[in-house]
Design a protein around this ligand. Structure first.
Ligand SMILES: [Zn+2]
Length: 555
């Protein structure tokens, strides 16, 4: 296989083509098929350029992300022409007559006559073994305002859909489990990182920040390090500082802080991979300050939250690993042994004996940890949730609390935990998991309203305001903070209803609502789901309530 050459045909598509181009599992427009077969006949097209080939993710099957997006519209000279890459198979390979057209995340395989073989869309693994080479993703560059599912979450923000919903979901769970959300700075002086032990044990994975104008620094005798800062790779030291800020009593424990701020780690450039390994990311990070008697319950709670959360997303294949003392560690061996045996006991109780595995020497430098791994749609394992016991950091920050007997010299124990882990990585896993068909509650395209003709647009926009909830529909000058607000668009294009309906399904809208004369006369709307042709006639309030029910059930 090593000698086989992969051909990339780079097609130039006009915005007209792109507007017609499907997002997910839909046939590819004929005009594009013609171009493919034409290029295939010609063999290497003049438009192929090795420098224009997209570079695969390091693992060859990596989840699409910023690194392999073709993300600049008008990339071919800025003339409104965009480029689209299509893999036409391996030269000399028996499958070279096949064309694989991969639009993230669904796959299209075209046979020799140019028809998409739908069966391959569902049987990707077979496709991989059939052709003998790994699937490769390219994200197409559509010029539509909301085609940002992948591109947007590179910086977490998302388009108000998936990333926001998963954030909100976890923030609500953390409130339920007694966490206080805190916001902490991004940079801290090296003094802090030395205190936390990161400078000695984790410096190579951190980014250093130095000001250009040293006169702004306070005059400190000694080394330059006094004027250096580190971008935070973890939130723990700042949470320790908050804990240390006030006198603490035994009856306050456990104190739980959560933090969603961005973290930076200096990963090797070769290790970067789509959204699954990035240098700037966000965690649903949490730290629990407690005493020995709380450890069992806190870890069990976290394991339960992990199981319940993944269950909401329909992910049931979860693996648990206990990572033990690494070569580079801080603290005493006895403390490590005690912590490891505590975690073993809790794992046995929460997940069942024999349902977890040990990773010798893979713990964090400050304590042993439980790692939770998921397997993605392509059989690749990803570490997501984590629970880490830490006896060292409270010592380094000299954290204390007053015990019931009035003694003041009591050190809390710190538990680091995350359920999603990296939100970017979890998003990538979900993207593969759902194959672009997001469930309603996290979909950024929850519904589209199609007015039959111009006279129905006003009614369509009125319904849009109703379904958007209080934020848009309020009569008050300022929108309220909470409520049920759904992402609903109106498709007013002068296209046929059939065409707009097909577009809506291909674009991944969960529901399609149509408005015509009869609907307006009846005071109802015709609504159908993406996956079912059955049409119901519901009033605006009934649709709004239906959406609330779906969101409440995480459907
Ligand atoms: Zn931590």
């Amino acid at each position: 296989m090593a000698a086989a050459r992969r051909l990339w045909v780079k097609l130039k598509l006009s915005s007209k083509h792109l507007a017609r181009f499907p997002r997910f599992d839909a046939p590819v427009p004929k005009s594009i098929l013609k171009r493919i077969t034409h290029d295939e006949r010609k063999g290497a097209s003049p438009s192929i350029s090795s420098s224009q080939r997209s570079s695969p993710a390091p693992d060859g099957t990596g989840t699409p992300g910023p690194s392999n997006n073709t993300n600049s519209t008008g990339g071919a000279g800025g003339s409104g022409i965009s480029q689209y890459k299509i893999n036409v198979g391996l030269k000399g390979d028996s499958t070279s007559g096949l064309t694989m057209n991969s639009i993230n995340p669904a796959l299209y395989v075209l046979d020799k006559s140019g028809k998409p073989c739908r069966r391959w869309i569902k049987k990707q693994k077979q496709f991989k073994s059939f052709t003998g080479f790994k699937m490769k993703y390219t994200k197409y560059d559509a010029q539509e305002p909301r085609s940002k599912d992948v591109a947007n979450v590179g910086s977490k923000a998302g388009d108000g859909g998936v990333a926001d919903s998963t954030d909100k979901f976890m923030k609500n769970q953390q409130i339920k489990y007694g966490f206080q959300e805190v916001v902490t700075p991004l940079i801290f002086k090296t003094k802090l990182w030395k205190k936390s032990g990161h400078w000695d044990n984790y410096k190579d994975d951190m980014f250093k920040v130095v000001g250009f104008d040293m006169s702004k620094e306070e005059a400190v005798e000694g080394s330059m390090e006094e004027h250096e800062y580190g971008l935070k790779p973890m939130n723990c030291p700042s949470h320790c500082m908050i804990f240390a800020k006030f006198d603490r009593s035994y009856n306050e424990l456990p104190v739980r802080y959560s933090d969603f701020s961005s973290l930076h780690r200096n990963e090797a450039s070769g290790a970067l991979s789509g959204l699954t390994r990035v240098r700037r990311f966000h965690q649903d990070d949490g730290h629990i300050f407690c005493n020995v008697s709380h450890i069992d319950a806190e870890i069990k709670n976290t394991l339960n939250l992990i199981k319940d959360t993944y269950n909401v997303f329909g992910i049931n294949e979860i693996e648990y690993y206990l990572s033990t003392r690494p070569e580079k560690y801080i603290g005493e061996i006895e403390t490590w042994d005690e912590a490891e045996s505590q975690l073993k006991k809790v794992l046995d109780e929460a997940t069942g004996k024999g349902s977890w595995q040990i990773r010798e020497g893979d713990g964090a430098f400050y304590g042993p940890k439980i790692d939770v791994l998921l397997t993605d749609a392509f059989n690749k394992k990803h570490q997501v949730g984590t629970i880490q016991l830490d006896f060292q950091l409270p010592k380094r920050f000299d954290l204390k609390y007053v015990a019931e007997d009035g003694s003041r010299d009591n050190q809390p124990i710190l538990i680091h935990r995350a359920v999603f882990g990296s939100l970017e990585r979890f998003f990538a896993i979900l993207l593969d998991h759902y194959q672009g068909k997001w469930p309603f509650w996290i979909n950024s395209r929850q519904a589209v309203i199609i007015p039959i003709n111009n006279t129905h647009v006003e009614a369509a926009e009125k319904l849009q305001r109703t379904l958007s909830g209080d934020i848009i529909n309020t009569q008050d000058p300022i929108s309220p903070l909470t409520g049920f607000n759904f992402h609903v668009d109106v498709d007013k294009r002068p296209e046929t209803v059939g065409h707009r309906t097909k577009d809506a399904i291909q674009s991944g809208y969960s529901h399609i609502i149509m408005i015509g004369d009869r609907d307006i006369a009846n005071g109802t709307f015709s609504i159908r789901s993406r996956d079912d042709r059955k049409v119901s006639n519901l009033t605006a309030d009934e649709i709004y309530q239906k959406f609330i029910d779906l969101e409440k059930k995480y459907m």
